[in-house]
Every structure is written in C-alpha cells, then in structure tokens.
Design a protein around this ligand. Structure first.
Ligand code: ZN
Length: 315
C-alpha cells in the first residue's frame, strides 16, 4: 500500500515537471512560432501576445461601404519611384511571399501628414477563390490581397522605431480578382516562387525592380481609410490603412504558383495534423501549404471608415 502511494507521488511529481517544461517550452516558442492554424493560429494570438493582439482598434476589418463617410481631403497619393539602383528581393518568410524593396521608395499625400518610406510588399491568399484576403468589402473576401508596407520617415529613424507609434506605419492594401489573363506585373515574382517555395531553404531571389505605383489598381484616387493595426503579431495599432476601391487582377495560373508555396514543416513538438492543405513528401514528411494566410476581420469598435470619393455607386 505504502509502495503504491510512493509510485503515485512520483508519478504526480513527474507529471508536474513535465507540465512545467511544456509550459516553458510553449511560452518561449510562442515568441517565434505564431501561425495561421493549429496550435498558434489567430484565435491564440491574444493569449500569445496579450498586450497587443487584444487591442481595441485591430485589423483587418470588414468595410461596410454604406457606413463609410466621404472625406474629400483624402487626395491622390504621390510616389517617388523607381529609384536608381533599387532592388526587389523576394523570399518566403513562412507566413507570406514577401518582396523587400531595397532602395529609396517613398509615398506621400493621400491624406497622410508625412512622407513614408516603403520597405516591403507581401501577399495574403486563399486555398480557393472565395477567400484569401484579410479585408472584406461588404462581407466579401477576395482571393488575394497585397500589402505595401511603409514607415513614417519624417518622424522616425527606422521601421523598428516607427512600428509601435500611432502614426508610424502606412499600409496600402490592394485586393485582387481572378482574371482569364495573367497579370504581367506579377509574372516576375510568380516565376521565382518555385525557387523560394520552401521557407526552410532560406532562399531569396532578386527580381526586376519596377515602380511601386504600377501595382495600384485603376482609379487609385478612390480608396477607403481607417486607423488600425498590423494584421500579424505583434498587432501594433500603428497603421494608417488605405484599401483601394478597385481591384487588381491575377490569373488562376498565377494563383496556383502562390498556392504551391509551403508554410512550415512538421516538427516533433508541433505535429501538423492532416488537412486538405497538407501534402506528404516522398520521405513521409507532412508539409503545410502556404494558403489561407489571413487573420479574420476584427470589430470596428466605433471606428468610422472614410472614403475618398463622394458617390458609392459610381466607378
Ligand atoms: Zn499583410
């Protein structure tokens, strides 16, 4: 009887130590391994980053167009590009396909008080055409959304300094619709996706540098404006958001390339469950496709979204 009790006590102690280790491991890991599903998906971000991802003015949001307010001070953007000697470097950061814009790329006006320096652009896309974008328009998602990320160069000395400030960042959001035709602007990036497909390769590929303004949809003077946050941890509420009214285009073939990229490999600690978005390679390793990398829309909490154009139904 005594021996049985001892064994039980040892088991309880062992269990407590194991639990503590697991907690510490998860705590440390949480700093580095947020994702879009499973153990570290968007619903877990508020626990993982309690002081930021639980904020009141988070992004993305659903833009209900009939609740937007016209503000004619939201003027057309001015771009300073392409710079001499600029470089576009494409890579897969396991959350998105990102293009770093190394060089002097700036934007101004568009209702912004300061000049902003463009540091990178990246994409969010779906496993099917009915989802993928982070922002929604009247509850409708687009198959892809592009973010052009810039920081306030008039007030701050670096992206790292600007990222926590209320007027630190400006992000331009461009929604896409599927077209029968390829979008020639995206093709240089699409062509290199096979070389950066797997984030564990740690590959970066230079692609031809073009004017950032070329990525804007038609009627770039028509856009929605609100203040919100980064849509990835650490969810800082430092972003002046611009969501363009008109959409850019991408073909099904080009989307296929984006959908072939990989998110993460399985690990012993975080085994990836089989889902429709996992594939198994010849060595039996489970790979998670980089699709549906979108945070769900967040409550407006009283924010009024402005629009730069007077009439909703006139293109
Ligand atoms: Zn983004």
């Amino acid at each position: 009887m005594r021996r049985k009790q001892e064994v039980m006590e040892i088991s309880i102690v062992a269990f407590l130590i194991f639990s503590a280790c697991l907690t510490i491991y998860h705590g440390v890991d949480a700093q580095h391994h947020w994702s879009y599903r499973n153990y570290n998906g968007p619903e877990k971000w508020p626990e993982m980053y309690p002081s930021q991802c639980t904020g009141y003015y988070q992004s993305p949001v659903d833009i209900r167009t009939d609740e937007t307010r016209c503000n004619l001070q939201l003027t057309t953007f001015g771009f300073y590009d392409p710079p001499q000697g600029g470089k576009f470097i494409a890579h897969n950061n396991a959350h998105s396909i990102q293009v770093d814009t190394n060089g002097q790329f700036f934007l101004a006006y568009g209702g912004l008080q300061d000049r902003y320096r463009i540091s990178q652009l990246h994409f969010h896309w779906g496993s099917s055409n009915d989802k993928g974008s982070e922002h929604k328009i009247n509850d409708e998602a687009a198959p892809m959304e592009m973010h052009i990320v810039s920081w306030n160069v008039d007030k701050y000395s670096s992206m790292a300094e600007a990222v926590t400030k209320p007027d630190g960042l400006a992000v331009l959001s461009i929604l896409f619709r599927v077209s029968y035709y390829d979008n020639p602007l995206l093709e240089p990036l699409v062509q290199v996706i096979p070389y950066i497909r797997d984030p564990e390769w740690n590959n970066s590929v230079e692609i031809p540098c073009v004017a950032i303004s070329a990525f804007l949809p038609r009627c770039p003077e028509k856009y929605y404006r609100y203040h919100g946050s980064l849509t990835t941890p650490r969810c800082y509420e430092s972003v002046t958001w611009t969501v363009f009214k008109e959409k850019q285009t991408i073909s099904e073939r080009q989307l296929y390339y984006f959908r072939s990229a990989l998110m993460a490999h399985t690990t012993k600690e975080f085994p990836i469950p089989h889902t429709p978005h996992t594939i198994v390679n010849p060595s039996g390793e489970i790979l998670d496709l980089l699709v549906d990398n979108a945070r769900p829309t967040q409550p407006l909490n009283g924010r009024v979204i402005e629009r730069s154009f007077p009439y909703l139904d006139v293109v």
